[in-house]
Design a protein around this ligand. Structure first.
Ligand code: BGC
Length: 455
């Protein structure tokens, strides 16, 4: 039995994104995209999702009852600015109420300003492929930060620019559903400029702000360790998918693929207060294909479960860009055996407690400055092109009735927070009954540089 694993000093909570939970909003590009038959695996749209827009009070109370210490949430741009330049004060007031309730429970809010979705009107203008996108988004950022700076100090500017760019402009798995390398480069360039300027703008408005972006990182290892082609493919994947993005967003260093930075962005200046890392899995790199190592533990979407990878990614980033590390997302798809059926007879999950334990233990044993851990996600939510199928929550959602049921992992996280670490007794209760599924053999995980949603 492992000794007590202390996690004191680590702030623990959950993360989510507005459109994945709120429901009701028909003014954003993912609603438009999901309304086209065939685009979403189960034919769902985000209009239902978890109805959090109406149920935010009970969700916040539930979160508080579990003792969660921090909450990463999104503010949906299309609600705040339904028409260009027109801001909806009622929508912002509703977010303020939610944030105030979080704070009254001592839950620290971390607010994301862009998480994959755009207002439909912004999409129509050419979204992030056009240079004008930068100023248009900054106008929204200025408005939100100026209005909420008395209740929010911690901000994520942009979530996973690399996933956004390849998912929507290379693999065609999200709006506009095209495949064009030049578009990927333009999107990343404009998002990088927008992030660096937002970093400065937010600090001008709020000197004590903590600002960063949520970087999707994964480990790329060669499929055959001694094969030079697989080695090169792992290196190129890593450079294109994550290293070039980190250089531009964290330090204003634009790789030539992103073009020269504008004069106000200086290479080598610091554009982050913390290193935000979204970590899910490892990819085995072959030639132009990605794969999963045979026999490795995998989740319900076939993504390898590889806790050590979190440290490898964090170390890689931190060596180049020192700073406090916030794991802005880490989680797994585990539908259990009950799914939407009879919750009294099926299991709500098969391995999520083990996943939480293994990642948190890895953090605890590292000397890197981990400060926060956000588990993705709180209530099972709408998973983009996968719709309502995969379940990532520590709380089960019955989509038909919207009844929430805390899963073992929710109780496990609550216990970890209450005890300040992972005890033997908690391990025995929550982890021992659980096992990881393993990958069948030669993985066929899909496309190069694929995002989680593409695998
Ligand atoms: C995204 C989330 C998504 C999660 C699980 C991350 O890449 O930021 O929006 O739900 O992965 O697929």
């Amino acid at each position: 039995m492992a000794p007590f694993t202390p996690l004191d000093g680590l702030l623990i909570g959950t993360a989510t994104a507005a459109v994945q939970i709120e429901g009701g909003d028909r003014n954003n590009n993912w609603y438009d995209w999901s309304s086209v038959p065939g685009n979403i695996r189960d034919g769902s749209t985000p209009v239902r999702s978890t109805d959090h827009w109406n149920r935010w009070r009970e969700d916040t109370e539930l979160m508080a009852s579990l003792g969660l210490q921090t909450y990463r949430m999104g503010i949906e741009w299309s609600r705040i600015e339904p028409r260009p330049g027109e801001f909806d004060a009622t929508a912002l007031a509703r977010y303020r109420e939610e944030i105030e309730l979080l704070r009254s429970h001592g839950i620290v809010p971390l607010v994301t300003l862009h998480h994959f979705t755009n207002p439909s009107w912004f999409q129509g203008l050419g979204e992030w492929t056009v240079p004008a996108s930068v100023d248009i988004w900054l106008r929204f950022v200025r408005h939100v930060v100026a209005e909420l700076r008395d209740v929010v100090t911690d901000w994520v500017t942009i979530n996973e620019p690399n996933v956004y760019a390849v998912q929507t402009h290379l693999f065609g798995d999200g709006p506009p559903g095209t495949s064009s390398w030049p578009a990927v480069r333009k999107v990343l360039r404009h998002m990088a400029i927008a992030h660096c300027r937002a970093y400065r703008l937010i600090h001008d408005l709020q000197p004590n702000a903590q600002v960063g972006f949520a970087h999707h990182m994964r480990v790329f290892d060669p499929w055959k360790p001694n094969n030079p082609i697989h080695q090169a493919s792992a290196r190129v994947n890593s450079l294109l998918f994550q290293d070039a993005v980190a250089d531009a967003f964290l330090a204003g260093r634009f790789h030539r693929l992103l073009g020269r930075p504008p004069a106000d962005i200086a290479a080598g200046r610091r554009y982050y207060d913390y290193l935000g890392i979204n970590y899910y899995t490892r990819t085995a790199s072959k030639r132009m294909a990605d794969a999963t190592f045979p026999g490795s533990p995998v989740n319900d979407l076939g993504w390898e479960i590889y806790p050590e990878g979190l440290l490898r990614c964090a170390r890689r980033l931190h060596d180049r860009y020192p700073g406090p590390i916030w794991v802005t997302e880490n989680g797994t798809a585990d539908n259990g055996t009950a799914d939407n059926g009879d919750l009294t007879t099926g299991q709500l999950e098969r391995f999520r407690c083990r996943f939480v334990n293994d990642h948190l233990t890895t953090i605890a044993t590292s000397s890197l400055p981990f400060e926060r851990y956000y588990h993705w996600c709180f209530v099972d939510n709408w998973e983009w092109k996968e719709g309502e199928v995969p379940r990532f929550g520590i709380v089960h959602n019955d989509y038909a009735t919207q009844i929430r049921t805390v899963k073992p992992s929710g109780r496990f996280l609550a216990r970890i927070i209450a005890e300040g670490g992972i005890s033997d007794a908690a391990r025995e209760e929550f982890i021992e009954p659980q096992e990881y599924p393993s990958s069948p053999g030669e993985g066929a995980a899909g496309k190069p540089h694929s995002a989680p949603h593409d695998r």
